[in-house]
Design a binder for this molecule. Structure first.
Ligand code: ATP
Length: 833
């Protein structure tokens, strides 16, 4: 798949090459404006820039490039290379650009951001972490200043005022999670002036493949205090004692299920229950599945490490501790229980948005990365983005040697150690990329045993990352790391000091030698590792060692008869290389399918979220809440405003009902734009308007007839109505999310005998959501009738309607559902057939 996709993209690149030639001719034209730009005074840049028309059809792009080049030279001391300007142009046209590592994407992105601002846009430059966002904003600030453009960064440490200021500026740098968390936190606002996130406009995404592909399906979560279910220790105890015959793990290692023996074992150990009866099928069985996942699939030092009394997840694609990430749906608590640790509070999900949906909010998206082509299919399919390949400034002279493939893992490790020893003896620095913490430690052990001293960089010591990476190019250095360590940091040949002789010496030795201890599930990740060597025309080399026992092979290929090595050291020769590439192609296909499938599951909830957010914004920023409550509850309105007579003037109950239907119908209209099925369901729900809710806290009769001595001011009443409506809308949405998550956890059980889990999922989620508007309005009416409203506002607490006292944000790590997708579901369904 990977190979095919790549070549397909290159063929489809006809369009791209037309664009490239257009860019090249613009660059040539820009040369003609060099002297004009050079003669400008610093203060003139801004004035001249504002005169330019740099839209696609505007004629001033060449002038803009000349201006940007001169301004960058003067303000940053960096004179943009042609390829950087070419990259900026492609970004301005909305492409994802592929520029090699170390080719200067930061500057290309900043120039594109200036272009967009000059066209009247507000730009977010989105990166993968706070460190890069802050560094890039500070680094590029003088260039923006030359154009009178304001630039800020948001980071975890920014307070609300700083965030607001940052988003009010022209260009904002931020990590994808910080920007996402701000979007989520806006859902807590009860006054319009508390909103922080601006209307999304242009997003320039750095490391676009990480953000748009690897992390696209990760939900960002806003949680609040709530009573959380504690894992059942008896279940964990039984699951921990299971034998191999009690469960089966699918070939991809993504799903574990009970065998008949296992079901019998659990049933007996839990006191002779029937796991599949009404009482247990949606509860005990779900907990058993979660516990089995924690005990039998998630491995310590591969998927997580235990540090400081807590479980820290490891980000699979970056090989480092994933800050602020947790597993969903009780999985975190299950792993904590497995490790005998105290439970951390996971709270109640107040709102959640996937990275993909977050990026989908921006009308204009473009991006840059070192490895875009291999993700081309995903960019096209999920974001409708094209990829433009930008040639390197200095041609890449890194030597990528053919893979060395062995029959067994043991033979592979032996070969890696021998190879590293050999290279190390010449003094050439070596960087080894392993797949997980356990493997990095094992290899370090064998290297030490062979007399090769090395430094290990993995999730356990990632605080020292920048320092270790900075020295990885020193003579004789051997650095064993997990996959993505050090992305975004230069590995300078000769070490971090500016010692030119040391650098020359390493260049003589052939630059950095990068060794991979096994291919990844996608060639893109292999290339990211290779890209650590050969930056900006440096010499360098890369080679991957694989074995037929590597996960990429065992998960994706099955042999009738295991291929056998003809040589003593276990080497498989070119046949081995073919097998590895075949395995990787299968893996890439599976990943794409999973992405597509999970996307289908997420889509509906994303649309529902949009409907709720739209309604919330209307309630927050207008007087809708008061108008609706006045129409629904005219008597109460008259009491509160001291206009009791208004009651008689008001029309009768019939009309009142009709208006209620109109109001709810508005929500239905919103949904109609998104999904006709939603429309039907919501419209249907509005007919049940008179339904009363019984599960509300009981408010005393005295309170319910509470009448203010003085009529309330209009703005006080409007704000009270707003808070009431927002409270119930938010409450209903949080409950809906819990429902969605419960359905996800148990869809495989409910879907038995029905068509497909996806259809069943949609049916249940749609039906539940269709009642949300009516419930939110009914509950608001009840609160409006009964709550105490004084000149100080509404006292929701007195009515036992509490908002979370504390909220926090996190990213869900490797969503069980997302990673397994329908395959997991199919797998689980399989056991019931
Ligand atoms: N026009 C230029 N002239 C000279 N040096 C430059 C120029 N542009 C960028 N550089 C230098 O190249 C190095 C790499 O730049 P940058 O970090 O933007 O690369 P990148 O493409 O983002 O790399 P990575 O793949 O690590 O993210 C930096 O040290 C930067 O100072």
């Amino acid at each position: 798949m990977g190979k095919l996709t790549n070549s397909m993209w290159r063929l489809l690149g006809a369009q791209s090459s037309r664009n490239q030639s257009k860019s090249l001719s613009l660059l040539k034209d820009a040369e003609g404006h060099t002297d004009w730009a050079a003669d400008l005074a610093d203060a003139d840049f801004r004035v001249e820039a504002e005169k330019l028309d740099i839209g696609v059809d505007g004629g001033d792009r060449a002038k803009f490039l000349a201006l940007a080049r001169e301004a960058a030279d003067r303000s940053l001391g960096l004179r943009p290379f042609d390829v950087q300007l070419q990259g900026a142009l492609r970004l301005l046209d909305g492409d994802v650009i592929e520029m090699g590592t170390g080719e200067g994407k930061t500057l290309a992105g900043a120039i594109a951001a200036i272009g967009y601002v000059l066209e009247g846009h507000r730009v977010h430059v989105i990166s993968v972490n706070d460190y890069l966002a802050t560094r890039d904003a500070e680094w590029m600030a003088p260039l923006f200043a030359a154009f009178g453009i304001t630039v800020h960064a948001v980071s975890e440490n920014s307070n609300r005022a700083e965030r607001k200021q940052a988003y009010d500026g022209d260009v904002t740098y931020g990590s994808v999670n910080e920007i996402g968390f701000d979007v989520l936190r806006d859902q807590l606002a009860i006054h319009a002036d508390e909103l922080v996130s601006p209307t999304p406009d242009v997003a320039i995404i750095d490391e676009a493949d990480s953000v748009l592909v690897d992390e696209a399906l990760i939900p960002l979560v806003l949680a609040g205090t709530a009573d959380v279910e504690v894992p059942d220790h008896a279940i964990h105890d039984v699951v921990a004692r299971m034998k191999n015959k009690h469960y089966e793990i699918d070939v991809e290692g993504r799903n574990v299920s009970l065998t008949d023996d296992g079901a019998a074992f659990v049933e007996e150990e839990l006191g002779g229950i029937d796991l599949y009866d009404e009482e247990h099928v949606g509860t005990t069985l779900v907990h058993v599945n979660v516990a089995m996942h924690a005990h039998h699939l998630l491995e310590r030092d591969v998927h997580y490490i235990v540090r400081d009394g807590g479980v820290h997840l490891i980000n699979a694609s970056r090989g480092r501790v994933a800050q602020l990430q947790r597993w969903p749906d009780g999985m975190q608590a299950a792993v904590e229980t497995k490790e005998g640790l105290a439970q951390t509070d996971s709270g109640e999900v107040i709102d959640t948005i996937t990275v993909q949906a977050l990026i989908g909010r921006y009308p204009q998206v473009c991006g840059m990365t070192g490895t875009a082509l291999a993700a081309g299919e995903q960019f096209r399919q999920f974001y409708d983005l094209r990829v433009s390949q930008i040639p390197p400034n200095t041609s890449n002279i890194r030597k990528d040697l053919p893979d060395r493939v062995y029959d067994t893992k043991a033979n592979k490790v032996e070969a890696v150690v021998a190879y590293v020893k050999e290279v190390h003896e010449t003094g050439q620095p070596v960087l080894i990329g392993t797949h997980d913490v356990a493997e990095s430690e094992e290899l370090a052990y064998f290297l030490e045993k062979a007399g090769v001293g090395c430094v290990v960089l993995n999730a356990k010591n990632d605080a020292e990352e920048a320092k270790i990476i900075a020295e990885a190019g020193t003579k004789g250095a051997v650095t064993v790391s997990t996959q993505m360590a050090g992305r975004g940091t230069d590995i300078r040949l000769g070490g971090s000091s500016d010692d030119e002789t040391a650098r020359e010496e390493i260049i003589e030795l052939g630059g950095l030698c990068v060794i991979g201890t096994g291919r990844h599930d996608t060639e893109r990740l292999d290339n990211q590792l290779r890209g650590r060597a050969g930056r900006q025309g440096d010499p360098g080399m890369s080679v991957f060692f694989s074995s037929l026992e590597d996960p990429v092979v065992t998960k994706n290929l099955s042999f009738k008869r295991d291929p056998v090595s003809q040589s003593e050291d276990g080497s498989m020769g070119s046949k081995g290389i073919d097998l590895i590439e075949q395995a990787q192609r299968v893996a890439e296909g599976v990943m794409l399918e999973l992405h597509a499938n999970t996307w289908r599951y997420n889509q509906l909830v994303n649309q529902q979220r949009e409907i709720v957010v739209k309604r919330r914004m209307e309630v927050l920023t207008t007087d809708t809440a008061l108008k609706e409550l006045r129409d629904h509850e005219p008597e109460r309105y008259a009491e509160l405003t001291g206009t009791a007579k208004a009651k008689d003037e008001n029309t009768g109950a019939d009309e009142k009902t009709a208006e209620v239907e109109d109001t709810s119908g508005a929500a239905a209209e919103d949904s109609a734009n998104e999904d006709s099925a939603t429309e039907d369901s919501v419209t249907e729900a509005t007919t049940t308007d008179e339904a009363t809710t019984t599960d509300e806290p009981d408010v005393t009769q005295e309170k319910s007839r509470w009448i203010p001595v003085e009529p309330l001011a209009a703005d006080v009443l409007a704000q009270a109505a707003r808070e009431i409506m927002l409270y119930h809308l938010d409450r209903e949405w949080a409950d809906h999310l819990t429902f969605v998550s419960d359905v996800r956890a148990s869809i495989h059980l409910r879907a038995i005998g029905r068509e497909s889990p996806l259809d069943e999922f949609h049916r249940l989620i749609l039906a539940e959501f269709s009642e949300l508007p009516t419930r939110a309005i009914d509950k608001s009416r009840k609160t409006f009738r009964e709550a105490v409203i004084t000149p100080d506002g509404v006292d929701l607490g007195a009515a036992d309607l509490h908002r979370s006292t504390m909220t926090w944000t996190y990213m869900v790590h490797d969503n069980l559902f997302a990673s397994g997708g329908a395959k997991t579901l199919q797998g689980i369904i399989g056991i019931f057939r």
